[in-house]
Design a protein around this ligand. Structure first.
Ligand code: GLP
Length: 260
């Protein structure tokens, strides 16, 4: 995996947005997998700016969701579908037609998970999947001890994740216990994985994911299995990496044409 240490989240956002733009220039209808939470917002802001400035045409881009809460009424502002439409789809000037995600309000959740797996395969697979990381090392909503081969399915959130996500709701009691998430096996099928982590609160999880052993206990360590995984971290999130100097030197010497 490649680890890129950037000075701040805006620089990380710009770097990843440029990788997305380069992909869209090569493949205008690329399927971009997006994640939610606070971390990826600078990426979406930078990509929307590139579209506004005519640096890239995103009009044929397709957007897909990584995970979703179960049981929030459809249209709830914190349902991830609403978040992705608001933060990604609309700012890029796209419509709902270019967006796909699992149905967290379905009566039959298991069927909704299978439907989503099928839809991703029929769409030709994800070209670039943007990931964040939970403080407990989760990716998507694959909590610790998720099978490394898992597919899209229902999961139960840890108390730590519910507390972490409570800031988006009025109270922690409102954070659903259950979620649908692309499995780790599903995520690993994307052609390029890009994980962005910023802030000191992520430093421990980042170090375990990048330098620790491959372990279901740290779901993000599954990126070690992927042939094209990029981890972009700011200085604070990089602060527990033993190999930080090596990662810095490697990136500094990287030929520009390679991109991410
Ligand atoms: C949620 C999402 C993850 C995201 C994580 C971290 O749990 N399901 O996809 O990576 O939050 O969010 P933040 O970037 O806000 O710390």
């Amino acid at each position: 995996m490649e680890v890129v240490i950037v000075p701040d989240s805006a620089t990380g956002g710009e770097l990843i947005a440029e990788a997305m733009a380069a992909l869209l220039r090569r493949k205008p209808d690329a399927l971009l997998g997006v994640s939610t939470g606070s971390t990826p917002l600078p990426v979406y802001k930078a990509l929307a700016a590139k579209v506004r400035d005519f640096e890239v045409d995103a009009s044929h881009a397709r957007i897909c969701q990584l995970d979703e809460y179960v049981g929030l009424p459809s249209g709830h502002p914190e349902a991830y579908r609403s978040v992705v439409l608001r933060e990604v789809v609309e700012p890029l000037g796209l419509t709902d037609a270019s967006f796909m995600g699992p149905d967290g309000s379905a009566d039959d959740v298991a069927a909704a998970c299978l439907d989503y797996e099928r839809a991703l395969a029929e769409a030709g697979g994800v070209d670039l999947q943007l990931l964040g990381i939970g403080t407990d090392g989760h990716i998507g909503f694959n909590e610790p001890c998720s099978s490394l081969a898992s597919r899209t399915r229902i999961k139960t959130l840890t108390e730590q994740t519910r507390q972490d996500n409570a800031r988006f709701f009025k109270a922690v009691e409102e954070v659903p216990h259950h979620v649908i998430t692309q499995g780790i096996g599903t995520i690993l099928q994307a052609r390029h994985l890009v994980l962005l982590a910023t802030g000191e609160a992520k430093a421990h999880a980042v170090a375990l994911a990048v330098e620790g052993p491959l372990s279901a206990l740290v779901p993000a360590s599954a990126l070690q299995l992927h042939p094209h995984a990029t981890v972009v971290v700011d200085e604070a999130a990089a602060s527990s990496l033993k190999l930080a100097d090596y990662f810095r030197a490697t990136y500094a010497a990287k030929p520009l044409w390679q991109g991410l």
